[in-house]
Ligand binder design. Structure first.
Ligand SMILES: *Cc1c(COP(=O)(O)O)cnc(C)c1O
Length: 407
């Protein structure tokens, strides 16, 4: 099977080359060297506008920093969204440094250490509580600091988000508090040092099915309403999760965002009275930034082995683990890629594009139809805006860190 080289929407040619942020690939490679990551802010801006148009106006849009924690990107996106979701003390510090308002930062994740809890409490960020043990540690730290604990309760839902690339709710999970344990824990939220901030229910990630997301949002609203009766006050916020996926593979169809928005408008308008004054939040990482990124590498060598053409690049899984198929995938499939130097040339050969690491796992594209490609040509691997450099084993084999640039 030969896979066509593919290009996601929003990327065009300039003088026969791929343009990123309005500039030819060769100009970026000359300035930053290869490999490098480029994130096109115009594409992120467009995606934010699409979300604002599709989702009901009362929905607050949060950016999940772990998708791409480049400080320059976080600082740029912070004023364009309504809040930042962080998952570690490091991300919290970065969100605050990027100008994120503590009142609009929420901190989720299992295994928060005391020092991380203390930093979040001192800053006034909201803690998304993942267990009763974590709640008690946070409360003790709050009392010792003489402050108030802004705490939301993350619920491990009693339903699953069907069709998710990564399930993070339903059944036995390290995330959140099982729905049946929530009422007992909510009694503790009546403590005078606790300001109850609401619920977070995040069922899964990388979902392309509008029907599944719509169903999960309906169930999330119903579950939150049921749990509200046990809370000290009505929930000020309901974080409905997100999980909006992006089409990485040829067999994928882009999410029908308009359908999700219409259904959410309906189910939110029809929400139970317990949530009448509640503010809905959608938190997104990859859907905001994933498609805006390009990983640019250079072909070092061209060789033949047993009749197969290999293009060896200066990049690899140490920078872009997900594109190599080693980050949570069962069957390896190609991310879209293209010859950025001969972007408008027709396909003339079939090649397997590999990285420079000494492991057979290091593949960027298997049997891809490409123009006739020479050492020195640039290869663009698309869909590199989320879970790229920061989610890859960059120390493996001791290559230098790739540059990153918000274009
Ligand atoms: C990772 C994560 C996200 C972001 O997921 P994406 O698939 O990048 O949108 C959002 N919320 C929580 C709680 C997460 O752990």
């Amino acid at each position: 099977v030969i896979h066509p080289a593919r290009v996601p929407a929003g990327f065009a040619a300039l003088g026969g080359e791929l343009a990123i942020g309005g500039r030819a690939a060769s100009a970026w490679a000359a300035e930053l060297d290869t490999p490098c990551f480029l994130y096109d802010r115009a594409l992120i801006e467009r995606r934010i506008a699409e979300l604002r148009a599709a989702l009901p106006p009362e929905v607050r849009l949060h950016y999940a920093v772990k998708a791409n924690p480049l400080p320059e990107l976080v600082a740029w996106i912070a004023p364009r969204v309504d809040g930042l979701d962080v998952a570690s003390g490091g991300e919290l510090a970065m969100a605050l440094a990027a100008g994120g308002e503590a009142g609009h930062i929420s901190f989720a994740g299992p295994g928060k250490r005391d020092a991380e809890l203390a930093a979040a409490i001192a800053a006034g960020a909201t803690l998304n509580i993942e267990s009763s043990g974590e709640f008690e540690r946070a409360l003790a730290i709050t009392v010792a600091q003489g402050r108030m604990l802004r705490a939301a309760l993350r619920i491990n839902p009693d339903f699953e988000l069907k069709g998710s690339g990564m399930r993070m709710g339903g059944g036995a999970k390290p995330f959140g508090v099982d729905a049946d344990q929530v009422p007992a824990l909510l009694e503790r939220f009546a403590h005078p040092a606790v300001k109850f901030r609401g619920f977070q229910i995040f069922a899964g990630s990388q979902n392309l099915s509008a029907a599944s997301l719509i169903e999960a949002q309906r169930q999330t609203i119903a579950l939150a309403a049921r749990m509200s009766g046990h809370a000290p006050t009505p929930p000020p916020v309901l974080n409905l999760g997100g999980g909006f996926g992006i089409p990485y593979f040829p067999t994928d169809t882009a999410l029908d965002l308009a359908a999700v928005g219409r259904a959410l408008a309906e189910s939110w308008a029809a929400r139970p009275p317990a949530l009448a004054a509640t503010e809905p939040v959608i938190e997104l990482g990859r859907y905001l930034v994933g498609e805006a990124g390009v990983y640019l590498t250079r072909v070092i060598d061209r060789k033949d082995s047993a009749g197969e053409l290999f293009l060896v690049t200066d990049g690899g899984l140490h920078h872009q683990l997900a594109a190599s198929g080693n980050f949570g995938t069962v069957v390896r499939r190609n991310y879209p890629l293209a010859n950025a130097s001969r972007f408008t040339d027709p396909a003339a050969e079939t090649a397997t594009v590999v990285g420079c690491l000494c492991t057979p796992l290091d593949r960027l594209g298997e049997r891809v139809a490409l123009p006739h490609t020479q050492p020195g040509d640039l290869i663009a691997v698309f869909m590199a805006g989320a879970y790229g450099r920061s989610a890859s084993p960059t120390a493996f084999l001791g290559h230098p860190l790739p540059a990153e640039r918000l274009t």
